[in-house]
Design a binder for this molecule. Structure first.
Ligand code: 28G
Length: 693
């Protein structure tokens, strides 16, 4: 293609017509610039841009649906990189315009930005962010065919690289109406042409949620076995929220939903709370995703905050002296869709990912305020669940704030020497050093004796801290023992945190297998999660796995880490013993054997003393000891079962584990006894080794 100046580009298509002024020239620009700089119109000529062609055409069908004329849209991928899109709307007008000598259809498909952005005062998807129009798709297709059914006829016009092959023709009769566009992207423009069916049908699914009542079909007919997806959602964004929350635990049954027009803006919002700390909030303007939010999202958030605070106050959930719940408090576990449709949306920001239209804020805020007030009044169960969740988030926020203010002052941990209770390791290399945080002074003493003092350090923590402090996190950091731990870790805390200063690359929590042990573990994990997240992220935190049972037969000793394992070991040992018994039968009398059989221990929970060194060496029944705490092990037992790197089991703590602990922290450690009790009861079955008695 010959190089042309900008001026020439603009005027090149307005042949023989001198009555247009500059403004019209822009409107009636030809398609050459599109083929010259496709990136300007569709972003890239990579796979993004390729798929963009489909979105452009589909958007036109969706617009015809939103205008109330099309009921269904069908997208088909055909062999030979052809795509076809059809709708059952009115059909693009085909009659020839007197002045231009062209049909509306041809004008739409051969001129840039034709048609105007908000001609009939209706909402349009296609006027949105990219809204470059069908002519751009035409320009970038090696072939494109438009079929229109309207006014009793079937009309067709074909193009090559944006140029009509002939005038529009009526090729038959039809009683139906609608538009069908079939095109194949130009390989001269797109280096790679490979449509991704998943990408297409996920987008269509989203569009179907956002255009309720419209059916969107997708066929992939590229191979012998066609793939079909059909989307139709009567519930609109309510269905969308249901879909997003599908695999989550809902905190309440009924989903909030409103759809209303206000100040010529259509507002559609649905939300639900799930048992999660993350937010899943998506906003759309004219069916276009706005990842950076904007005025509509701001409006939604302020309505949510305002309504919830009003309800929490009037319902007595918030005391007079307590401060308002914040917008952030509302977000944990929220699954929400905010969708607005405005006549002339303004997108802002570098990437135009944010809605700027001011009226969208007031409209969304007003619509959600009214509807939410009513929802909370009519759904007391929902209201209670939501408010409780939000208040829990607020409490966590206040606790964290208090902790920052009181304990995390600059230099609060500066210049502190290593705590006296720490039995440090000899090595100064963090990579090989391990810190065992041990529950209780007595187990601490045992661990000190049993350890490899070259690489293993021991820090005993008194279990008492729990009962004394009833550990709020802020108070927790004020506790001398916890401060000792913080100093021992070496990274400092808050603003001064420095992972490079971590003194041990394994920090091992070693607690008893009972309720107190579980509490201390939760407390420590929460501490690490909230204040040493990078240490958790780095995989430096571990949980020791001490055995639950010691099983002995004669001089043979085995350890079991679960009830199942204990049963298996018992069985194996007994079997081995009976083999031995059979061999012994010949040597010893039958009477003795019978006597010994009566000693078989069945009850695993009964504590028995082992007969180590009883001298006979021929006992044939294992004895079982259940460890209630680390203190019941001697130093060598603790080493060989729990601390020896060669044989020990240790669980590396993931961020998810720590996040779970953080979630349960307030329940387990908080002042309210009732929720803690019910939590322990409901989770007892899932928590291993939890000794409630
Ligand atoms: C199948 C693939 C993509 C479409 C229509 C329907 C009308 C239309 C489309 O008109 C031109 C200019 C201003 C009115 C509008 C039909 C009014 C009356 C339409 C589509 C005409 C655009 N009858 N369906 N365009 N305006 N579907 N699907 O492109 O004056 S585009």
């Amino acid at each position: 293609m010959a190089k042309t100046s900008k001026k020439e580009e603009k005027t090149s298509t307005i042949k023989g017509n001198s009555s247009y002024d500059a403004k019209d020239i822009l409107v009636l620009e030809g398609l050459e610039p599109v083929r010259k700089r496709p990136g300007m119109y569709i972003g890239t000529t990579g796979l993004d841009g390729l798929h963009h062609l489909i979105w452009e055409i589909v958007d036109n069908s969706i617009d015809e649906a939103m205008a109330g004329f099309a009921k269904s849209v069908t997208v088909e991928l055909l062999p030979g990189n052809q795509v076809s899109v059809s709708d059952d709307g009115r059909g693009i007008p085909v009659d020839t315009h007197k002045q231009t000598g062209k049909s509306a259809l041809e004008t739409v498909y051969t001129t840039l930005h034709a048609g105007g952005k908000f001609e009939s005062g209706s909402y349009k998807v296609s006027s949105g962010l990219h809204g470059v129009g069908a002519s751009v798709v035409n320009a970038l297709s090696e072939s494109l065919k438009v079929e229109v059914e309207r006014d009793g006829g079937l009309y067709v016009q074909e193009y090559e690289r944006g140029k009509p092959k002939s005038k529009i023709k009526k090729i038959g009769a039809s009683k139906r109406t609608g538009t069908k566009v079939t095109f194949s992207p130009d390989p001269q423009i797109f280096p790679e042409i490979e449509f991704n069916d998943k990408r297409i049908f996920e987008r269509l699914r989203q569009q179907a949620y956002l255009t309720k009542g419209v059916r969107i079909n997708f066929f992939d007919r590229r191979s012998n076995v066609p793939i079909f997806y059909g989307f139709y959602f009567e519930g609109g964004v309510l269905s969308f929220v249901k879909y997003l929350a599908q695999k989550k635990n809902r905190l309440h049954e009924d989903i909030f939903y409103v759809e209303k027009e206000q100040q010529k803006i259509n507002v559609e919002v649905a939300f639900l709370y799930v048992d999660d700390t993350r937010v899943n909030e998506m906003s759309f303007a004219n069916n276009i995703y706005t990842p950076d939010g904007g005025t509509h999202l701001t409006g939604f958030r302020s309505a949510l905050t305002r309504s919830m605070n009003a309800f929490a106050r009037s319902g007595g959930y918030l005391k007079e002296k307590e401060e308002n719940l914040t917008s952030d408090d509302m977000r944990e576990g929220l699954v929400a869709i905010v969708s607005v449709k405005v006549i002339d949306p303004q997108f802002e920001g570098q990437t135009k990912n944010r809605l700027g239209t001011t009226e969208a804020r007031t409209a969304t805020e007003a619509v959600v305020n009214d509807a939410l007030k009513e929802f909370l009044e009519k759904h007391p169960q929902e209201a209670k669940s939501i408010i409780s969740k939000v208040i829990l988030s607020a409490k966590a926020r206040l606790a964290a704030k208090a902790a920052r203010e009181t304990v995390l002052r600059k230099g609060a941990f500066e210049g502190l020497t290593l705590p006296g209770k720490l039995a440090d390791c000899i090595s100064k290399h963090a990579e090989e050093s391990e810190l065992f945080i041990v529950e209780g002074d007595s187990a601490g003493g045992t661990a000190k004796q049993g350890r490899n003092r070259h690489t293993q350090a021991i820090l005993p923590l008194r279990g008492k801290i729990l009962n004394v402090e009833r550990a709020r996190l802020d108070k927790m950091l004020a506790n001398t023992e916890i401060r000792a731990l913080v100093v021992a870790i070496g990274t400092a805390i808050g603003e001064e945190f420095d992972l490079a200063k971590l003194r041990y690359h394994k920090i091992v929590i070693m607690t008893d297998a009972d309720v107190d042990g579980a509490h201390i573990r939760t407390l420590l994990l929460t501490l690490f999660y909230r204040h040493f997240k990078k240490v958790v992220d780095g995989g430096y935190i571990y949980i020791a796995q001490p055995p639950l049972y010691r099983i002995q037969l004669g001089k043979a000793v085995q350890y079991a880490f679960s009830d199942q394992e204990k049963d298996k070991i018992m069985e194996e040992m007994t079997l081995a013993a009976s083999v031995k018994t059979a061999a012994n039968k010949k040597a010893k009398g039958k009477k003795e054997e019978l006597m010994e059989n009566e000693e078989i221990e069945e009850d695993s929970s009964a504590e028995t003393s082992s007969d180590e060194g009883s001298g006979s060496g021929s006992r044939r029944t294992p004895s079982v000891q259940r460890y209630k705490g680390l203190g019941e092990m001697n130093a060598s037992q603790l080493w060989e079962t729990t601390m020896d790197p060669e044989v020990r089991l240790m669980k590396q703590v993931s961020v998810d584990d720590a996040e779970q602990a953080d979630k349960f922290f307030d329940i387990l450690m908080g002042d309210d006894v009732a929720p803690r009790k019910s939590f322990i009861q409901t989770h007892a079955a899932t928590v291993q080794n939890l000794d409630i008695g």
